[in-house]
Design a protein around this ligand. Structure first.
Ligand code: PEP
Ligand code: MN
Length: 264
């Protein structure tokens, strides 16, 4: 990670005058659902349309994603709306398929970041790519695992890196689904000041009513962007129904957030 300045270039190249916004449903459910949400987001501040197609569910027997079929829907999103696309990859086969279908941003989920074998497999499959690769923090509050994953990707010559802070599991019952443990994100920022850091208030809070406050805290801490799960019918979403917001709520959240300028 010698040329740390290079880490920021993908984000700076977007030349945004607001935080980077990645939005879209937790899961791609149907082609119609994906395209309807994408069209509702296309004239907003959203730069990347997210949709999970391989879903890491805690218990089996739940909806586990539509699989590779969803990649074609993401291609349609890009062709019809001009938004770039993003999805989670959890093994080398996912990476191969995502690259073949020209997904622009791939993220490594919290359940994968905990496994150095999986991270290494993904890093090897992505070797030298110029796609954007974002690493979610591991499920458990272990900064070393998060750093280790970043280092494995950087060593595989993946230049357009970044991280996503999605909160951590704890034994204590808190108001959060995953407690933010902001100090760990701050420590990561201090180790890699040029590595773009995106906040994921959806998975931190687990509740749509709390998304604004967590987003504001993240921006106050100089985070570079937000990933917010968005669905036209959140209550009936096939996964993470309690935390998704509608496209119009997302627009309102972005309008209400106080954005810190460099000069503040
Ligand atoms: C997701 O982004 O939908 C997801 C499964 O996230 P995480 O890995 O943070 O649980
Ligand atoms: Mn989700």
């Amino acid at each position: 990670m010698e040329n740390k300045k290079e880490l920021r270039t993908w984000l700076d190249d977007l030349a945004l005058n607001h935080p980077l916004v990645i939005a879209g449903p937790c899961s791609a459910e149907t082609e119609e659902q994906v395209l309807k949400i994408a069209h509702e987001l296309k004239d907003t501040d959203v730069s990347y349309f997210r949709a999970g197609i391989w879903k890491p569910r805690t218990r089996p027997g739940m909806f586990e994603g539509v699989g590779a079929l969803g990649l074609k829907w993401l291609q349609r999103v890009k062709a019809e709306t001009g938004m770039k696309t993003a999805t989670e990859v959890a093994n080398a086969a996912h990476v191969k398929l995502a690259l073949e279908h020209d997904v622009d941003l791939l993220w490594i989920g919290a359940r994968s970041t905990v496994s150095p074998f999986i991270v290494q497999e993904i890093a090897d499959a992505l070797e030298g790519t110029d796609k954007i690769v974002l690493v979610k923090n591991p499920v458990n509050p272990d900064l070393a695992l998060w750093l280790g994953a970043i280092e494995r990707l950087a060593t595989a010559n993946i230049k357009n890196l970044g991280v996503i802070h999605r909160g951590f599991s704890t034994y204590e019952k808190t108001k959060y689904r995953n407690t933010p443990e902001w100090q760990l994100a701050i420590e990561l920022q201090s180790k890699f000041p040029d590595l773009p850091i995106i906040n994921d208030p959806s998975h931190i809070t687990g509740k749509r009513d709390m998304i604004f406050d967590v987003s504001q805290t993240a921006l106050d801490l100089n985070f570079d962007g937000l990933m917010i799960e968005t669905h036209y019918d959140p209550e009936n979403a096939w996964s993470d129904a309690a935390q998704q917001v509608t496209p119009s709520t997302l627009v309102q959240i972005m309008k209400d957030l106080k954005i810190r300028k460099e000069t503040d």
